[in-house]
Design a protein around this ligand. Structure first.
Ligand SMILES: [Zn+2]
Length: 359
């Protein structure tokens, strides 16, 4: 039995000055792997800020996902039930076509609110900054401000920007800054609207197929246009197990070997570039999870839930715990990798009591 859950009575947390003091939550499922307490970190957890949505002319009621507009007691209760110690909050970009003044305001509100959530519940949330990538110079400023002033741990981006691919040289300054800061960039798809006529009909194919495809196309450009070679220390985590390409890099390697026009920029095999990327665990099948680990190593796989969507997986502990992986690899996937990448302090002691005592 590699995993065991032990309930822990949570203590009331110290709120940031001037903030309402959160009430004690219910009982949290603690995750243990091989007898050791593992701080479980969810790198794929959505939220929205209603005030920022309103500026964009959108309504909270039109956003999918129950509770997506709330970062507080309800979410913490659900995290406790799921055995999630900490979420890395992100907001899916709905602002890539907004003009500069508006998007400046939207991103400012979002990043400041995200920072407030993290300050109010410092052991439950970290966050990815929002950035206005359609104005790369602005996005660079927002990333620096988010990380240095607000303590955010990276940035969340889509899979393309208003029709521009991530490998466009206009985005190089952003990748360079992310690399320099050593922060994690979360790539989350926004379907493939160009394929809408083919993805209509049964099966919600715009999401079922369109989302992993969107991520796959993004990674394809980042690889073959040499972005991952140009910025070798850039840290990207790709949603939904990285889409299809994470499981099928061999076709990329083949074209690189077979055709000179696939090697115009890329110096080494596509697989060498992909090996720098991190992937979340939202793949629904343990064989797929094991395949990710086999291809890219346990160091490159991070637990995620896709909270609060109906396409989510809400038991990473059970999912990862039941996979044919070593206890050490499970601990990395459930939290140690994310803690390292997101600069989250993890308890040095394996004793749950000592860990709780520090909260
Ligand atoms: Zn998602």
């Amino acid at each position: 039995m590699m995993l065991a859950a032990a309930p822990a009575q949570l203590q009331a947390r110290t709120a940031a000055p001037g903030k309402a003091r959160p009430k004690p939550a219910s009982r949290r499922r603690e995750v243990k792997v091989g007898g050791r307490r593992v701080k479980t970190i969810d790198v794929h957890a959505h939220c929205v800020i209603p005030e920022a949505l309103a500026l964009l002319g959108k309504r909270l009621d039109d956003q999918r996902g129950p509770g997506i507009g709330e970062v507080g007691e309800r979410r913490i209760r659900e995290m406790d039930e799921q055995g999630i110690d900490m979420e890395a909050l992100s907001i899916n970009p709905q602002w890539y076509r907004a003009e500069r003044d508006l998007v400046t305001q939207v991103v400012k509100i979002q990043n400041e609110r995200l920072a407030e959530f993290c300050a109010t519940y410092p052991d439950r949330f970290v966050a990815f900054a929002s950035v206005a990538l359609q104005y790369p110079d602005l996005a660079v400023q927002q990333l620096v401000d988010g990380v240095k002033r607000l303590g955010l741990r990276g940035a969340a981006v889509g899979a393309s920007v208003a029709g521009k691919e991530f490998s466009d040289p206009m985005f190089h300054p952003f990748w360079a800054k992310a690399e320099e800061l050593g922060v994690l960039i979360f790539i989350h798809p926004q379907s493939t609207p160009d394929l809408a006529p083919r993805l209509k009909g049964n099966g919600w194919l715009a999401n079922t197929i369109g989302n992993p495809l969107d991520t796959t196309v993004a990674l394809g450009h980042l690889v073959f246009d040499g972005v991952l070679e140009r910025f070798p220390k850039l840290k990207l985590v790709a949603a939904h197990g990285g889409g299809y390409v994470a499981h099928y890099p061999a076709r990329m390697d083949h074209v690189w070997g077979a055709r000179a026009d696939a090697r115009t920029v890329l110096k080494n095999t596509p697989r060498r570039s992909l090996a720098k990327v991190y992937f979340d665990t939202i793949v629904f099948d343990r064989v797929q999870l094991e395949h990710l680990v086999k291809l890219w190593g346990a160091d490159h796989v991070l637990a995620g839930t896709d909270y609060p969507y109906d396409m989510g997986m809400y038991d990473p502990r059970g999912f990862v715990g039941g996979a044919a992986l070593t206890a050490a690899d499970k601990a990395k996937i459930l939290g140690l990798n994310a803690a390292r990448l997101l600069k989250v302090r993890v308890p040095a002691a394996s004793k749950a009591g000592r860990a709780r005592a520090r909260r």
